[in-house]
Design a protein around this ligand. Structure first.
Ligand code: TMP
Length: 212
């Protein structure tokens, strides 16, 4: 689908606690946008395919131990190593649906007790999402969903703290969807939000950087 000269793809980010349904919903959203003829890709962070991503993966599965600051910076580096590709994809008109982004980075690390401004600093200059969709689920409900997979952060008390941190980060370009609604309901709401955003970007909304 063509557009104006400064037309571009949208950066749509999904955030939420572990087991909130982000992965299922982002996959469905990509299929939907593609079916409408929009060039769309599904991205996720951490991107475990890179060498930094493998260090993160090993940490998350408790196979290695890292200082809290160190792992925070690795998560950030994992976004930086994909930044230029992200920009070129968006500029070439591809919409990116991204399962977790800098907000996960800040929410999870600051929930461990790290200073929130320190956590935000390495994210400065990454591309700002056009919309952040937060799939809102009470931590207790998330924990009930088929159980946690045993990764490092999948513990109820910790997820409660992460939920509070997400609330502190929530700003004007966030849309909140009740993740306890039916899968179809969530899907529909997400489609509307994303489509609206894709159209705005097609009309030439300029790209900006975090933290804006
Ligand atoms: P995933 O289950 O979506 O692959 O995410 C892995 C875990 O990593 C999840 O518990 C959230 C956490 N995380 C961070 O702590 N910092 C980050 O920057 C990102 C992207 C994820």
């Amino acid at each position: 689908r063509g557009g104006k000269e400064d037309s571009r793809g949208a950066l749509v980010v999904l955030e939420g606690l572990d087991r909130c349904g982000k992965t299922t919903q982002s996959t469905r959203l990509v299929k939907h946008l593609e079916s409408l003829g929009y060039s769309t890709e599904l991205w996720r962070y951490p991107d475990r395919s890179t060498s930094v991503g493998q260090m993160i993966s090993s940490y998350l599965s408790n196979k290695s131990q890292l200082d809290d600051h160190t792992i925070h910076l690795l998560f950030s580096a994992n976004r930086w190593e994909k930044r230029s590709l992200m920009e070129s994809k968006l500029k070439s008109g591809t919409t990116l649906v991204v399962d977790r982004y800098s907000y996960s980075g800040v929410a999870f690390s600051s929930a461990k007790g790290l200073d929130i401004e320190w956590c935000k600093a390495p994210e400065i200059g990454l591309l700002a999402p056009d919309v952040v969709v937060y799939l809102d689920i009470p931590p207790e409900k998330a924990a009930e969903r088929g159980g946690y997979g045993g990764e490092r952060y999948e513990q109820l008390e910790f997820q409660k703290k992460v939920g509070q941190r997400y609330q502190d980060l929530c700003s004007a370009n966030w849309k909140i969807i009740d993740a306890c609604s039916t899968m179809e309901d969530v899907e529909k709401q997400l489609q509307e939000i994303a489509l609206d955003c894709v159209k705005t970007c097609q009309e030439g909304k300029p790209l900006s950087c975090l933290w804006s």
